[in-house]
Design a protein around this ligand. Structure first.
Ligand code: SF4
Length: 358
């Protein structure tokens, strides 16, 4: 029985180096050079056809052919919003579907990637959360989302069109901790994609033990999906709060901020008559003074069947002003890509619909 080739995109730089030394009997002295060449072909030039890997000895090419897969995952569907947002529905080898969204703006291009097929956390306002959790993505499936987006955007030149990467698509990244950690290491490696830690944001609904681990092991920006200023309300809209309380979240985020010397992004989606009162704003201000953080207020995108509604523009303005007056940093995030359901909390409909018709 032949052994299935390993996937190139599952390796980080050091493990690839070790792999080719162990498997391809490469001279120890040349191992680093070969790893460097391979890494550059794949992550600097975007090549995935071994025939295009120039200056490699033919026996190494044969070994690569027989042992490693460089295959990309497939794009099942692509939609472009009137505001320039692009959403790709990506078909994995087992036919599961995940979504990747590119959000261009004046001075940056942000790619929002998924870490799981579906999500177990069932946040009540989130469309993805109503989709059954299927499985974690492998490192190569996470990395493939970036490679495919770069192929599509012709982003292999020195000027990066994808300037920022956010793990805010489908799934809870810290429930797929090892693969998220490995993928961040690949993104950050300066022989290849070379994204600095400050160009990557990992978002979590609040998995306290992994926030503590990630402070030293992942070290990107951290975004906490807070969405409520007290336990009672948060438990109602985010069941994960039954396990990890706000007090513990604050402690772990304070630790993360201290280790990384950066503020934590707090995500707060405004839901009409649920978490948008001035009293909630006051409670939020108190929480914000306990650790270095800044707040992203998000307009809610309603989806079919949801019982929540977006807050009115006046209420949003009042909430925003209350936080701003308190001296904390606050931004209001406009919804992008609404017309293609690529906006926050909407990453479900299309993949589910598509699955049904497969
Ligand atoms: S908001 Fe995030 S963590 Fe919560 S259900 Fe949606 S995808 Fe999962």
């Amino acid at each position: 029985m032949s052994i299935a080739p390993s996937n190139f995109y599952d390796f980080n730089y050091d493990s690839l180096n070790q792999y080719i030394l162990d498997r391809f009997s490469i001279d120890q002295k040349k191992g680093g050079m070969r790893t460097n060449q391979l890494w550059k072909f794949v992550y600097k030039k975007g090549l995935h056809n071994i025939a295009q890997f120039s200056n490699l000895p033919s026996d190494l090419k044969t070994n690569l052919e027989n042992n490693l897969s460089f295959k990309r995952v497939e794009i099942s569907e692509k939609k472009i919003s009137s505001d320039g947002t692009i959403k790709w529905l990506i078909k994995l080898a087992d036919n599961n579907l995940v979504e990747t969204v590119f959000i261009p703006s004046d001075n940056r291009g942000t790619l929002c990637i998924s870490s799981q097929v579906g999500c177990t956390l069932n946040c009540k306002f989130c469309h993805t959360g109503t989709q059954m959790m299927v499985r974690n993505l492998s490192t190569s499936e996470i990395i493939n989302q970036i490679l495919i987006a770069k192929d599509e955007l012709k982003d292999w030149g020195s000027q990066k069109k994808i300037t920022n990467i956010v793990y805010m698509g489908m799934g809870e990244p810290f429930y797929n901790y090892d693969n998220v950690k490995q993928s961040v290491a690949i993104l950050r490696n300066n022989h290849g994609l070379d994204y600095s830690a400050k160009k990557i944001t990992v978002s979590t609904a609040g998995v306290v033990p992994e926030i503590m681990n990630a402070a030293k092991e992942i070290q990107t920006y951290l975004a906490l999906s807070l969405h409520a200023p007290n336990d009672e309300l948060r438990e109602r809209i985010m069941p994960i709060n039954k396990k990890y309380k706000i007090k513990d979240l604050i402690e772990s985020c304070a630790y993360y901020a201290k280790v990384n010397k950066e503020k934590i992004f707090l995500e707060y989606v405004l839901l009409k008559n649920i978490n948008d009162s001035l009293d909630c704003a006051k409670q939020l201000i108190k929480l914000m003074s306990k650790f270095p953080c800044k707040l992203n207020l998000i307009e809610f995108n309603a989806w079919p069947g949801v019982s929540y509604e977006p807050s009115s523009p006046d209420v949003i303005k009042q909430f925003y002003q209350a936080i701003k007056k308190s001296g904390h940093i606050v931004t209001l995030r406009k919804s992008r890509g609404e017309d293609i359901l690529g906006a926050c909390g909407q990453l479900k409909t299309e993949s589910e619909k598509k699955r049904k018709s497969l």
